[in-house]
Design a protein around this ligand. Structure first.
Ligand code: 8YV
Length: 312
């Protein structure tokens, strides 16, 4: 009999179809009566598919007493209670590496888009203001700026290597120095004081909650910019909104928000901000690769009791 798998969402239609061919697949998002399903079928479920964005609904793992494995679509796992999984002997996998290029590209894209005011420029041309009023206001050059990266993991390093040819000086903050030529800061305020652009690329979760706070933003200063491709939780969002409103910093490029998809509407009022709806990994190529890795992890568990990219 094939393994019973509960998918909390459709990772990608073709890959969900692959799972349906191999396993006894249940779709949480299509269930009318979730409570009745858990009562009847919860004990049969041994594998769960979720995503970084979806995480784990509160109490769900308690209703799946024979759950062995969670395969998550996404590299971040701050939305999964890893300690609870560890305590209950539930293995967890994620999808690292396959999304690094697109997420690092998005960091660079938001940095340029914010300093060069691409959205304002697009509107200037599109609305006819260019013809009526002449050239748009001058923007700021990336070249020659100091880029302070918060978290020099795989994605942070991908951003650094892409930023070098743009002529920026690179510094970083993290738990410990790495074997790299960039300048290390063990203090986030000191990094912000040094940097012109603060690029947030660290994992989310309790350890980084709100670390980009009012003192960090003040240290970055009125000509400074923030780019966030990590998690909304890493930035103290009310402090960021205050800083943008009061000219404490010059602007921001944001892919992630505290409350997604219901982001704070205040961000929409600032023409100094470039917004992206948590889509850094959102290309056909990368989402396919992530979905394939979800399938590969599940198959490896089913066939050999191993995970390809384990977190726990
Ligand atoms: C995805 C992400 O948007 O990988 C992550 O941690 O946040 C993103 O790649 C997410 O997995 C989709 O829910």
């Amino acid at each position: 009999m094939s393994r019973s798998v509960l998918a909390l969402l459709d990772v990608r239609p073709a890959y969900t179809e692959m799972l349906a061919q191999k396993y006894d697949l249940h779709r949480w998002d299509l269930l009318d009566d979730k409570k009745a399903f858990l009562n009847q079928t919860g004990k049969d479920i041994t594998a769960l598919v979720t995503s970084a964005g979806f995480g784990l609904p509160d109490g769900l793992i308690d209703d799946l007493p024979n759950l062995e494995v969670i395969t998550s679509f996404g590299v971040g796992y701050d939305s999964i209670d890893i300690e609870a999984c560890r305590a209950q002997g539930i293995r967890v996998s994620n999808t690292p590496d396959v999304l690094t290029d697109d997420v690092a590209d998005t960091g660079i894209m938001l940095m340029h888009a914010t300093l060069r005011r691409i959205v304002v420029g697009d509107h200037w041309a599109r609305s006819g203001q260019w013809a009526q009023k002449g050239a748009m206001a001058l923007t700021r050059s990336v070249r020659g700026k100091k880029l302070g990266i918060v978290g020099l993991g795989r994605i942070g390093q991908g951003i650094a290597s892409r930023a070098e040819p743009s002529g920026v000086e690179i510094g970083y903050f993290g738990r410990s120095p790495k074997q790299v030529d960039y300048r290390y800061f063990d203090d986030l305020v000191a990094l912000a004081q040094w940097a012109d652009i603060l690029m947030v690329a660290c994992p989310g979760g309790d350890a980084t909650k709100g670390i980009v706070n009012a003192p960090v933003l003040s240290a970055l200063g009125k000509d400074g910019y923030v780019v966030n491709i990590a998690r909304g939780s890493v930035i103290d969002e009310p402090a960021l909104i205050d800083a943008l409103r009061n000219g404490v910093i010059a602007g921001a490029g944001l892919d992630v928000f505290y409350n997604e998809p219901n982001m704070d509407r205040a961000f929409a009022d600032f023409d100094t901000v470039v917004l992206y709806p948590h889509s850094a990994s959102g290309t056909v190529e990368t989402r396919d690769a992530m979905a394939q890795l979800v399938v590969d992890n599940l198959d490896a568990w089913d066939q050999r009791g191993e995970l390809v990219t384990p977190v726990v």
